[in-house]
Design a protein around this ligand. Structure first.
Ligand SMILES: C[S@@+](CC[C@H](N)C(=O)[O-])C[C@H]1O[C@@H](n2cnc3c(N)ncnc32)[C@H](O)[C@@H]1O
Ligand code: SF4
Length: 298
């Protein structure tokens, strides 16, 4: 028995599906931007953005070392740990190296704006210290949609950040939200999101489906013409998105719990297979599994 839990989490804590086996180290609380009108993740009063102090983080790393031993992967939470300065991130990675030497992969969410004040050389140094993967919530490649949902980013700022990540040697995972353009901007959202992926050639690409646990009120205030797509319209949007992708070697997943239709493959190698599955889902082929509404979540 330990006197303290190894990490003092401020709930709720979110992580990408692929970090299910990682130690979640909460180096910041909340999201430094927190303005995207579709995002309910860090809106609770206790989730106001705050970086944790280096001493707090080191204490938690030491406790994890004593309690857990062989940790292989770490995910730096919450919403955008990359909001921390280069110096702070370096200190955290050095502490992980010192107290948890078995860690082989550190990853984090990353907003494009968090990289503005970090050079490619600094990112390469963080990569050398173990930062291997950044999850970037591009959400859309369409500037109208990005502005309507108050993402605070554009096609260009997102593409530039992803190119910087690639130049540093860090891998990138891009998230796109199926349905974010609503009914009116579905097609352009799909085409421009594919164009973004084609320009940056990410290592990983994932689609989530727009989902509200509580309310879509903030989204409707910032984007009054927004009308939620039906399940069929969402799948048709995926058909447009995937058919416009021109990727050399990107691992694609739509297996997040928000998705109705689970698609997995390497693109473009598996493009035809994925498009056939989409056709099957649209033709109500009973061999294509669609997640029920009650099993969806974030
Ligand atoms: C915890 S957020 C952190 C990502 C990081 N802050 C960023 O914006 O790059 C993870 C991702 O969840 C997705 N997300 C947030 N709200 C969502 C919603 N209402 N429906 C579907 N996906 C959502 C977005 O793709 C977002 O980038
Ligand atoms: S999507 Fe990312 S940047 Fe936007 S509010 Fe949510 S956590 Fe913050």
């Amino acid at each position: 028995m330990f006197a303290y839990p190894p990490v003092n989490y401020i709930e709720p804590v979110f992580r990408p599906p692929s970090e299910a086996n990682s130690l979640i180290l909460q180096v910041t609380n909340g999201c430094s931007w927190n303005n995207c009108t579709f995002c309910e993740m860090y809106t609770a009063p206790q989730k106001k953005f705050r970086p944790k102090s280096q001493s707090e983080i080191e204490e938690e790393i030491k406790r994890c070392s004593a309690a857990l031993g062989n940790v292989r992967r770490i995910f730096l939470a919450d919403g955008d740990a990359m909001a921390l300065s280069f110096k702070r991130l370096k200190e955290i990675l050095l502490a992980i190296r010192k107290y948890l030497p078995t860690v082989s992969r550190v990853s984090s969410y990353c907003l494009p704006r968090n990289l503005k004040n970090k050079s490619v050389e600094e990112l390469a140094e963080l990569h050398d210290l173990g930062l291997n993967l950044l999850y970037v919530g591009a959400e859309s490649g369409n500037d109208f949609v990005l502005q309507a949902v108050e993402k605070g980013e554009s096609f260009r700022t997102t593409a530039d950040a992803l190119i910087k990540i690639k130049q540093s040697g860090i891998k990138s995972s891009v998230m796109i939200i199926n349905g974010l353009g609503g009914v009116t901007h579905s097609e352009q959202h799909a085409i421009d999101s594919a164009r973004l992926a084609n320009e940056v050639q990410p290592d990983y690409l994932a689609t989530l489906v727009l989902y509200f646990q509580h309310t879509d009120q903030r989204l409707l205030e910032s984007y009054p013409e927004f009308k939620m797509s039906s399940q069929r319209q969402l799948i048709e949007e995926m058909r447009i998105f995937i058919s416009h992708l021109e990727l050399k070697k990107t691992i694609f997943r739509s297996d997040h719990a928000s998705n109705y239709l689970v698609l997995k493959g390497v693109l473009n190698k598996d493009k035809d297979k994925l498009l056939q599955m989409i056709e099957g889902a649209l033709n109500q082929d009973s061999s294509i599994f669609l997640r029920s509404e009650s099993l969806r979540g974030l």
